[in-house]
Design a protein. Structure first.
Length: 180
């Protein structure tokens, strides 16, 4: 058993409620998520990851609609990991596709599913915000943990929950000096 397990066990057994992780009820969770969604939307519009990087849990999981057959014969979805804010900025256009941008513009705390044990998600798992406590700072937030670039599933969810079609999606501001 490592030292963290001993500390956790001690706190749980002898620490009482002061050290227990409070599970948020929906109203409080909504309040905690709202500024995070606002920062994410602003960062996407400005094409600037630094605006929301503090709300991302790295490595960030990026899944696609591409599938493959694993060695054990099961079908799996292709995924990749983004390890840092810098890498996310470099791969901005690969991660924040038109459908992902539309999803981010569309989501609100009201139209997302909430599970007090797992966090918020939308678009059939197309985007997840996990309730996390960062070890280095002790800060607790809902952090962006996973994005899917599966256009079909995302657009189906958006049509049902946002009335959006790909032609109505808000596009990010072009990079400075970029050609039109």
């Amino acid at each position: 058993m490592n030292i963290y397990a001993y500390i956790f066990t001690f706190l749980v057994l002898f620490g009482g409620k002061a050290y227990a992780l409070e599970l948020y009820e929906r109203d409080l969770a909504n309040e905690k998520l709202m500024p995070i969604l606002a920062a994410l939307k602003d960062g996407i519009r400005k094409r600037d990851v630094s605006i929301f990087e503090e709300y991302v849990l790295f490595p960030l999981n990026i899944s696609s609609e591409k599938k493959y057959v694993s060695a054990d014969g099961s079908v799996k979805i292709k995924t990749k990991k983004i390890l840092s804010a810098h890498e996310l900025q470099v791969k901005f256009d690969d991660v924040f596709t038109t459908s992902v941008i539309g999803l981010i513009e569309c989501i609100t705390h009201e139209n997302m599913m909430y599970n007090k044990y797992k966090g918020f998600d939308a678009a059939y798992g197309g985007i997840w915000f996990f309730d996390v406590v960062f070890e280095d700072s002790g800060k607790r937030i809902f952090a962006l943990a996973s994005i899917s670039t599966n256009k079909t599933a995302t657009e189906k969810w958006m049509k049902l929950n946002c009335g959006e079609t790909p032609n109505k999606l808000i596009q990010p501001t072009p990079k400075s000096g970029a050609a039109d």
